[in-house]
Design a protein around this ligand. Structure first.
Ligand SMILES: NC(=O)c1ccc[n+]([C@@H]2O[C@H](COP(=O)([O-])OP(=O)(O)OC[C@H]3O[C@@H](n4cnc5c(N)ncnc54)[C@H](O)[C@@H]3O)[C@@H](O)[C@H]2O)c1
Length: 251
């Protein structure tokens, strides 16, 4: 039985991961900014993180798995997205995971065990046109996770990053941004995906069982990342065709 804290657990992947951990007999503290969780935790609030840490220490006396899952959708072409949009998505998708990590690392170091699981995205590994801010913060979450793994290995604490392609959730309800052309494309990809949050959650738990540090949980994501690594020229042709299509659609 593991003691697991999940952020963004009221919806989508956070809810599916919570269900999957519980189905294995783990105890889950579901946190979210929205109703439908055990504990209100806005991942952009230091006070909320301090309260979550105190709650975990009082009720469980420790933590085995911290899942930094909560996030929002954003993006937009370079000359359309505003700097405020960059700040907004960075504050939630990057600093949310940074705050969670900073809040719990002292406890994990003290107990000399545990795991941090950060939900990034395939966008952290391959970087489509029109999504610079989302790509950049998710790539930063990939880097944060690798660094965490190196820094905490000596303490018996592991770090794992999850990099899925598009799957069906409520993610697009959080979308903000001036680039409506990009919003339309992203919405279609999320809403028409054949992959469910439960599919991703099952693959994440399998990846954790294997001890994978980078979990690429679905075939479309593995194909895209594989192509980038093995045939960069073809990958660039495909990415630039997508960029042209986005620009064309915006006219
Ligand atoms: N759905 C996809 O196609 C996809 C693909 C790759 C990665 N992801 C990532 O998966 C993660 C989960 O997203 P999802 O697709 O399940 O979306 P979702 O919108 O269904 O769930 C996200 C949850 O995060 C919560 N949240 C938002 N801001 C928060 C904050 N400041 N504090 C606490 N909770 C907050 C929301 O209330 C919501 O319950 C995100 O990090 C997202 O970037 C999603």
């Amino acid at each position: 039985m593991r003691r697991v804290l999940v952020t963004g657990a009221a919806s989508g992947l956070g809810a599916a991961l919570s269900d999957a951990f519980e189905a294995r007999g783990d105890e889950v503290l579901r946190t979210d900014i929205s109703d439908g969780a055990d504990l209100r935790l806005d991942i952009t609030s230091d006070d909320d993180w301090a309260a979550a840490l105190a709650h975990v220490e009082q009720t469980w006396g420790g933590l085995d798995v911290l899942v930094n899952n909560a996030g929002v959708a954003g993006g937009g072409r370079l000359d359309v997205a505003t700097l405020d949009e960059w700040r907004w998505i960075t504050e939630i998708n990057l600093f949310g995971a940074v705050r969670g990590t900073r809040a719990f690392v002292p406890l994990l170091k003290r107990q000399r065990s545990g795991a941090i699981v950060n939900v990034a995205s395939l966008a952290g590994l391959v970087h489509p046109a029109g999504m610079a801010s989302y790509n950049a913060v998710k790539a930063a979450v990939v880097a944060l996770t690798e660094t965490t793994g190196h820094e905490l290995a000596a303490y018996g604490v592991s770090a794992h990053v999850v990099c899925p392609s598009y799957f069906r959730t409520n993610l697009m309800s959080s979308l903000q941004g001036a680039d409506t052309a990009l919003g339309a494309v992203m919405s279609k990809l999320v809403e028409s995906s054949p992959i469910s949050a439960d599919d991703i959650a099952a693959a994440v738990l399998e990846g954790l069982d294997r001890g994978d540090e980078v979990i690429v949980p679905d075939q479309p994501a593995r194909d895209a990342y594989g192509l980038k690594q093995t045939d960069r020229a073809t990958y660039d042709v495909i990415m630039r065709a997508q960029a042209a299509k986005l620009e064309e659609g915006a006219r």
